[in-house]
Design a protein around this ligand. Structure first.
Ligand code: SAM
Length: 246
């Protein structure tokens, strides 16, 4: 592969991931729309509907890990009542900066906060959130097991953890189309919009290396989460994984 990720040390992998998102932060939201043909909106809305933030003023605190420019958090506070608040934690200041600007524009700055943090070492006390999410983020984290146990640790008992991530297309024909689309078209689109094909090449490769859903469910169980399950979406292009802290 281009970066040879299998052989590089974990710290090095994180550095390369950071570089990717620094270089794309400004154009990230536009690229998401183009590359997923708008589907990321549908997948995120599905995640929010599973989160079911209360419509009332009852407090509901979401931690959105690797939350980037804040998409999942904005959608959640907009779906919930006045008591619903969100914390976006991301390792990348560039992505968070874009997120803060969006929060101000949307008039949500008092309900969504942005914190620079590594998913492997969350700077929050035990049992402090009603739900934790990570959308299209966990495959970038070098030690996924640490991120999952951190996402469990900060949950209140009864709180739920959701992971939205690219998965394995399991529909004939769609899998061939998807392969052509992701390997041939995505890096080219990345170059056109951000001037950076390599970053997108990396993203496509990281999707291939991500564990199949059953294996990922095993990682969630190993992190101590219970009632672990997953739902394939759009023919398996992505999967929504969930677990509960008992
Ligand atoms: N969740 C957002 C969304 O769905 O639009 C952003 C997803 S973006 C594909 C991946 C994000 O993961 C980037 O913002 C990147 O900075 C972040 N990230 C990568 N490694 C991380 C780590 N170790 N801890 C926290 N965030 C990380």
């Amino acid at each position: 592969t281009h970066f040879g990720f299998r052989t590089v040390p974990l710290a090095e992998k994180q550095r390369m991931v950071d570089e990717v998102f620094h270089s794309v932060a400004r154009r990230y939201d536009l690229m998401n729309d183009l590359m997923s043909m708008g589907l990321h909106r549908v997948w995120k809305d599905l995640l929010v509907s599973r989160l079911r933030p209360p419509k009332s003023a009852r407090a509901f605190k979401l931690l959105d890990v690797a939350g980037g420019t804040g998409d999942v958090s904005f959608r959640t506070v907009e779906a919930g009542g006045a008591g619903t608040t969100a914390t976006v934690a991301d390792i990348n200041g560039g992505m968070l900066g874009v997120g803060r600007e969006r929060a101000a524009t949307l008039g949500l700055a008092d309900r969504v906060e942005f914190v620079e943090a590594n998913a492997e070492e969350l700077p929050f006390p035990d049992r402090s959130f009603d739900a934790t999410t990570i959308a299209f983020g966990i495959r970038n984290v070098p030690r996924m097991d640490k991120a999952l146990s951190e996402m469990r640790r900060v949950l209140k008992p009864g709180g739920r953890c959701f992971v939205l991530e690219f998965s394995r297309v399991d529909v004939p024909v769609l899998d061939a189309i998807y392969d052509t689309y992701s390997f041939k078209l995505i890096p080219g689109m990345g170059r056109l919009v951000t001037g950076d094909a390599e970053s997108y090449q990396y993203l496509v490769e990281s999707i291939r290396r991500f564990p199949v859903p059953e294996a990922f469910a095993g990682l969630m169980r190993a992190a101590g989460l219970k009632r672990v399950g997953y739902t394939p979406l759009t023919g398996g292009i992505v999967a929504l994984h969930s677990g509960v802290r008992i």
